[in-house]
Design a protein. Structure first.
Length: 359
């Protein structure tokens, strides 16, 4: 069997496209990761929200839990730790559209087909009620929460991916499993026909799977890799007030100090000064404007900018908005600005805050 990325010149008509895909892929410890983890937009936005809602807000504790879950990367480390001596391709955070939009945490592609991994980082005792398609979690303090059963999510994603392949005249075997990232997780019962794994089990499961006869040849694999890479679109979770059902009125305004985190820096000539720690910054407003687009609204007017940044002059707000790669629409008093996700990504990757969190 062809080793990962070792010979694809003969793969007409997708050879050239696959070369391009593989050049942008990252080979780490023998693993060809075609699609790395996306910029953690959701996590970045939740951190911003945590700074701008009161600690006593009804959503505050749930927000902490969501941040903890979003920060987990244990399964990624499994792929970096182990080597697989067979042809395979790994896609993380894959967002596709078929008969509906869907996201796959991790897709593992090999000659035996596709293996979908749905990642669950949930603390507490887990059990599955026999009469409901739910997963129930009980924390040590007695708090009980119900979630959609991962078997439903996995089955739905398998169907949607099958439809996606069918629309491209591809027949690909699809199976999958749910990976609980905490190896000491107490799972009290199981769900029929649902494969549940811990991270340390994953390498053996994948190796045993590859002992089965291959179904997809290298040419077909190249087609699938190209199609998946081309079809992916970054998921835009913003504004989070909409997706998390939080009132924009609960979001505290003001330019945030980069040094102490206080909200409400004062505007001075060509910059900002913190009334708390007296830190001076020329660009503190840029993150605050980005917070608006991540949390409050897809658009921002000059008036909204003045109110959110606590400045009074129209021309000051216009100049501050002009420093960011925003897209203006409309004329005169009807003008407003958008911050498209691709431009937000480019701007974020240039900032010092991006180091170590993009992949």
């Amino acid at each position: 069997m062809t080793k990962i990325g070792s010979n694809y010149n003969f793969l007409f008509p997708y050879g050239f496209q696959l070369k391009s895909v593989l050049r942008s892929a990252e080979e780490v410890n023998g693993q060809l990761i075609v699609k790395k983890r996306s910029v953690p937009y959701n996590l970045i936005g939740m951190h911003a929200m945590q700074e701008r809602i009161l600690p006593t807000h009804p959503f505050a504790e749930k927000l902490k839990e969501r941040i903890r879950i979003a920060q987990a990367g244990i399964v990624d480390q499994i792929f970096l730790k182990y080597q697989f001596g067979f042809e395979h391709y790994i896609f993380h955070d894959l967002n596709l559209t078929s008969t509906g939009k869907f996201q796959l945490d991790t897709l593992f592609l090999s000659p035996q087909g596709v293996y979908i991994l749905e990642i669950k980082n949930i603390a507490g005792r887990i059990h599955f009620p026999n009469e409901w398609n739910q997963m129930v979690r009980v924390l040590d303090n007695g708090q009980t929460d119900a979630f959609e059963c991962p078997s439903v999510q996995l089955e739905r994603n398998c169907f949607l991916l099958e439809d996606w392949f069918h629309s491209r005249n591809l027949s690909v075997p699809i199976t999958g499993a749910v990976v609980f990232t905490q190896s000491r997780q107490l799972i009290e019962n199981s769900r029929p026909r649902l494969t549940m794994l811990f991270p340390y089990e994953l390498p053996n499961v994948l190796r045993k799977r590859e002992q089965k006869p291959p179904i997809l040849d290298s040419k077909t694999l190249s087609v699938i890799v190209h199609e998946l890479s081309s079809a992916h679109q970054d998921f835009n979770p913003f504004p989070l007030c909409n997706t998390m059902n939080i009132s924009p009125l609960d979001i505290k305004s003001g330019v945030q100090c980069e040094n102490c985190g206080m909200l409400g820096m004062d505007k001075i000539f060509r910059g900002w000064i913190c009334p708390g720690c007296h830190h001076v910054s020329k660009r503190a407003h840029q993150r605050t404007i980005q917070d608006w687009f991540m949390l409050v609204s897809e658009t921002m007017t000059n008036r909204e900018c003045r109110e959110f940044l606590h400045v009074s002059a129209n021309y000051t707000a216009a100049r501050l908005l002009g420093e960011l790669p925003l897209e203006p629409e409309g004329m005169s008093r009807g003008r407003f600005y958008r911050f498209p996700l691709n431009l937000m990504k480019e701007d974020y990757e240039k900032s010092p805050d991006s180091q170590g969190t993009l992949h």
